[in-house]
Design a protein around this ligand. Structure first.
Ligand code: XMP
Length: 507
């Protein structure tokens, strides 16, 4: 009989979610819990205490119910903060660090015979990020490894209770995955995680939660809502899929979404609201106001279409959103859209009328689920696209003329990225119109036309981003084609701004 998921206790490190993902990559089912939720982990196969930004020496620092932890009688691994906490609990102490140690170090493994190091080299690179360090070690503690300065970075207090002062989940810890696997596999009856069988579990879950109710689902053509609709379809649930065409979409997007759904025999209702959106945006230049107008109108159009007595609204909320709202206590902070929608969703949530079957999955797992459900690669590997659409790529007033330019340039850009095999290498790419006319020459005439910015970024999670180092030839091809084929543009610029300080979108 499989045990409950591997429990990762979240002490707030920026890498905590990554531990959960890495364990799932190893093929085992893992979930994140807050420090006060230890008893809710049930019968976990192993427990990992994550790193965190606080000091265990601070008053009110997050704690662990140590007695309960020991009573579980399962292997435990403390990472950074987790290691310091365990060292204190076993009767040792922690010393305040006077500087933050951040970056690579060398792990010198002193106990090659220990099974946590099986298959690892005697010396390998690790990634550190901490300030406090363990000081007095409780009697009987084994030091299994030190860094190149002789500081203990791996401890063992008990047969299956370990601590490490580095982040095995980060790819810079070159043998980190081996260590994680060695540790996790100390557990017995490990619950497995494999997307094809997880799909079956989700299908069951959806059927149970829907319990014969009618489901409404807002679809956008993006990965999450497409996978959601395909999952509901697979579960045989009767669903109204509503697609609001805001007119702020990419070239042929509305037709492509429709064709995709039809090819799966999934019903889709398209509401063409482009005129309404353009009219509402007329004369508006303030970015925040533009977003508010779009958000408000979207909610109105959507709920006018579905009526107020929605039995069940399906949403493509992902695990990081759930974790974020559990930590910050509010779902509002994670929803990049107008509060009308948030209010409406909170109301439905309270009434038990929200269905969020993707809420345990990370983005790459949703993509894998999409593949298992048979969605085409083009959909599953699609770049993110903002809710307010091309409006955030059209600074100043949004007009049909400007949207036409953005759409045409965007299509050329994206098609060429595919052609040059660069599309899947970047997180997101798009064209934005700079609302300034600059001088150029076309034929023998001087002409004043818009400048366009093209932007391609690499990123892990959109919180930070690097501009993509696209080959010059590719950039040259893109620029030439845009200048030759898009009327109204005589200058193309490549945006080389990192996030921060620039955001990914223009507005
Ligand atoms: P920024 O521009 O904040 O974007 O660096 C980070 C990621 O979020 C997307 N984005 C949005 N998504 N509604 C959305 O659903 C929005 O209002 C919105 N604004 C930005 C953006 O495309 C990027 O992937």
């Amino acid at each position: 009989m499989e045990r409950d998921p591997i429990a990762v206790i979240d002490y707030g490190s920026q890498y905590t979610q990554l531990i959960v993902r890495r364990i799932r990559e190893l093929g085992y089912y893992s979930k994140l819990y807050q420090p006060g939720e230890l008893r809710e982990t049930g019968n976990p196969a192993v427990v990992i205490l994550s790193g965190g930004p606080r000091s265990t020496l601070e008053e009110g620092a997050p704690d662990i119910d140590f007695e309960y932890l020991l009573s579980l009688k399962v292997p435990v691994l403390g990472v950074c903060y987790g290691m310091q906490l365990l060292n204190q609990k076993f009767g040792g102490s922690v010393a305040p660090g006077n500087k933050r140690e951040f970056g690579p170090a060398i792990l010198k493994n002193e106990s090659t015979g220990n099974c946590i190091f099986t298959g690892m080299s005697e010396s390998s690179q690790i990634w550190m990020s901490h300030s406090d360090t363990v000081d007095n070690l409780p009697q009987g503690t084994k030091v299994l490894a030190r860094n190149d300065e002789g500081v203990p970075v791996a401890l063992q207090w008990d047969e299956t209770i370990y601590g490490i002062q580095f982040h095995p989940e980060v790819s810079h810890s070159t043998e980190g995955m081996t260590l994680l696997q060695n540790f996790v596999e100390m557990g017995d009856h490990l619950p497995t995680f494999e997307i094809a069988s997880f799909k079956d579990h989700l299908v069951e879950r959806v059927r149970e939660e829907v319990a014969g109710r009618k489901v409404v689902c807002g679809v956008s053509g993006g990965v999450d809502s497409s996978v959601l609709a395909a999952l509901l379809h697979e579960a045989g649930v009767e669903t109204r899929n509503i697609f609001v065409d805001t007119g702020l979409l990419r070239q042929n997007e509305a037709e492509e979404v429709k064709a995709l759904f039809e090819s799966f025999d999934i019903p889709i209702e398209t509401i063409d609201a482009s005129e309404q959106f353009l009219t509402a945006l007329k004369g508006q230049t303030d970015p925040e106001e533009k977003r508010r107008i779009i958000g408000r109108l979207f909610v109105k159009i959507f709920f006018d279409a579905v009526g107020d007595d929605v039995e069940l609204l399906a949403q493509g909320t992902l695990y990081p959103d759930v974790i974020e709202s559990a930590t910050s206590g509010s779902i509002a902070s994670t929803i990049k859209t107008h509060h009308n929608r948030v209010d409406k969703i909170m109301e439905l949530k309270k009434a038990g009328r929200i269905l969020e079957p993707l809420d345990e999955l990370f983005k790459d797992e949703v993509r894998a689920l999409g593949e298992v459900l048979g969605l085409p690669a083009k959909v599953v590997h699609r770049h993110p696209f903002p809710g307010p659409g091309l409006a955030v790529r059209c600074p100043g007033e949004v007009t049909e003329d400007k949207l036409k330019i953005i759409r045409e340039a965007d299509k050329i850009f994206i098609d060429l990225l595919h052609e040059h095999d660069q599309y899947d290498r970047v997180w997101q790419a798009y064209a934005a119109l700079i609302p300034v006319k600059t001088v150029g020459v076309k034929g023998d005439e001087r002409c004043y036309e818009y400048a366009l910015s093209i932007r391609a970024v690499t990123s892990e999670d959109a919180m930070t981003a690097e501009w993509a180092k696209l080959p010059y030839e590719v950039l040259g091809d893109i620029s030439n084609k845009i200048l030759n084929e898009v009327d109204g543009v005589n200058r193309v610029l490549y945006d080389i701004s990192t996030k921060p300080p620039a955001s990914i979108e223009w507005e």
